[in-house]
Write a protein that binds this ligand. Structure first.
Ligand code: FAD
Ligand code: NAD
Length: 475
């Protein structure tokens, strides 16, 4: 192996591996170093997303949703299945198979793009040299014209509820349970809290989620948050807002959590506790002396809007830099950086990053929430359409939720689209394209949508913004 590259990417997650692939496609000589190690000791590219995040969580969300539907909905369709039993080992095996297939797939993609995959640890040194420590301990100094840092993030720890890997676990631990905990506690009612809480609730756990804030899903449009909370409560997710945890102590029999809320001091006894209070950038052993790369007060690598650090030809992308910690945001940044390294013009539109929460009903949005638009002072109009009035949603027996469109009153510019309901994460794609093209609600109104589809709900919500909805009374 040559020791000199056009580009070295440190980190092979969803920000780093697309950067490496795109740079390879552009004819550059690229290496990607990744040190992800699984519980079984195996190494794999793909980072948090493929190994312990997006993909395994969605595999379990899908399996557990099928269990729920078999138990609660099949009879409505006239399907009798008797009592449903769950084989957790088989469910986990399916999940592991998906993860393995996807992570190994990256090596195939690297091969096609002529990217050199290096398993082990990478550390940036001065003058764009990179110290590479292979898994057998061999150390080599590589050099590159450009270095892209994509070291990702790690779960934030809570000193009052320290991880022990058995009773008190992070999100990765909660994806690996070998049996359904009878009582599951979760600290943090954020995205992970509600997604993983839903998985284990559907599989039979009594789930209690303790959230420090008084507001549920504060980053979402509050009309969606309200609808979500109503549905989650109905599903038996016990979400306690304004709950401040003071301690969590593990014993052989489980975990005792002490917290206080508006009602006073409280005790929660659970068998397993998941701490999901956010993630923080991971830069341990990433930067040697004299690199010139700096971290901000929260530990993120400092970059400009093009993900360039103040050091010439050193870039950083994904969870280790500012912005939402989302796989698709990292991917766009990785691709943008590769394009810019190759001398092309490229930008990331940070105003059109979609968010999706893969619960049932699913929650998705792009652009500004109504609260944000209100705060901006711009005059706006809102159109909503409930899935209850959608023929397709009724056929799917998934009528909870609605589509909500927010647009400027003066020039009809689309400002935000918010969906809670079936396949919201798929529906939001159309809204992303609309925002990317600076569409108006009129553009959505004039676009023909197939019948009967869920996407008609978005069409009708756009029509409702001008009181022109056909399939629901205009208010
Ligand atoms: P990471 O995926 O963390 O990858 C960084 C990689 O770099 C890792 O493999 C790490 O081992 C390696 N590395 C770090 N330092 C070094 C070094 N010095 N040398 C070599 N290798 C190094 N996001 C979504 O968009 N959709 C979802 O549905 C979603 N679901 C999630 C579910 C869970 C349970 C979790 C925890 C996260 C989820 N996320 C989701 C967030 C998503 O996983 C992250 O935003 C994404 O993985 C960030 O990508 P990244 O490449 O920046 O970092
Ligand atoms: P989060 O920021 O979404 O939620 C953390 C929650 O914990 C917040 O509601 C916060 O108020 C609460 N909290 C913080 N400290 C607390 C305390 N001491 N006691 C009680 N509650 C406390 O973070 P997360 O759910 O851990 O997820 C981490 C990251 O992973 C997020 O940035 C998210 O974007 C990403 N992620 C994305 C998806 C997705 O896109 N579907 C899924 C999972 C994770």
């Amino acid at each position: 192996m040559s020791d000199t590259f056009d580009v070295i990417v440190i980190g092979g997650g969803p920000a780093g591996y697309p950067a490496a692939i795109r740079a390879g496609q552009l004819g550059l000589k690229v290496a990607c170093i990744d040190g992800w190690k699984n519980y079984d000791g195996s190494y794999a590219f793909g980072g948090t997303c493929l190994n312990a995040g997006c993909i395994p969580s969605k595999a379990l969300l899908e399996s557990s949703e099928l269990v729920h539907r078999a138990e609660a909905e099949f009879a409505t369709h006239g399907i009798k299945v008797g009592s449903v039993t769950v084989d957790i080992a088989a469910m986990q095996k399916r999940k592991a198979g998906i993860v393995k297939g996807m992570t190994q797939g990256i090596l195939g993609l690297f091969k096609a793009a002529k990217v050199t995959a290096l398993t082990g640890h990478g550390r940036l040194l001065a003058d764009r040299r990179v110290e590479y420590t292979a898994v057998d301990g061999t150390v080599k100094t590589l050099s590159a014209t450009h270095v892209v840092l994509a070291s990702g993030s790690e779960p934030a720890a809570l000193p009052s509820a320290p991880f022990d890997g058995v009773h008190i676990v992070d999100s990765w631990g909660a994806l690996e349970f070998a049996a359904v905990p009878k009582r599951l506690g979760v600290i943090g009612a954020g995205v992970i809290g509600v997604e993983l809480g839903s998985v284990w609730r559907r599989l039979g756990s009594e789930v209690t989620i303790l959230e420090a804030m008084d507001t549920f899903l504060p980053m979402a449009d509050q009309a969606l948050a309200k609808e979500a909370l109503k549905n989650f409560n109905k599903q038996g997710l016990n979400i306690r807002l304004g709950a401040k945890v003071s301690s969590a102590e593990a014993s052989k029999s489980g975990v005792t959590v002490l917290y206080h809320d508006a009602a006073g001091e409280q005790t929660l006894e659970v068998d397993r506790l998941v701490v999901a209070i956010g993630r923080r950038p991971y830069t341990k052993d990433l930067l040697g002396d004299g690199t010139g790369v700096s971290l901000d007060a929260r530990g993120f690598i400092v970059v400009d809007e093009h993900c360039h650090t103040p050091v010439e030809n050193v870039w950083a992308v994904g969870d280790c830099v500012r912005g939402p910690m989302l796989a698709h945001k990292g991917k766009e940044e990785g691709v943008m950086v590769a394009e810019r390294i190759a001398g092309h013009h490229a930008e990331v539109n940070y105003r059109a990053i979609p968010s999706v929460i893969y619960t049932a009903p699913e929650i998705a949005w792009v652009g500004q929430t109504e609260e944000e638009v209100k705060k901006s002072g711009r005059a706006y109009k809102v159109g909503s359409f409930p899935f209850l009035a959608s023929g397709r949603a009724r056929a799917m027996e998934s009528t909870a939720g609605f589509c909500k469109v927010i647009a400027a009153t003066d020039d009809d510019e689309l400002l935000g689209v918010h969906v809670i309901g079936p396949m919201a994460g798929e529906l939001i794609g159309e809204a992303c394209l609309a925002l990317e093209y600076s569409a108006s609600t009129e553009d959505l109104q004039l676009t023909m949508h197939a019948h009967p589809t869920l996407s008609e709900a978005l069409h009708e919500a756009a029509l409702a913004a001008d009181k022109k909805a056909i399939d629901f009374p205009n208010r």
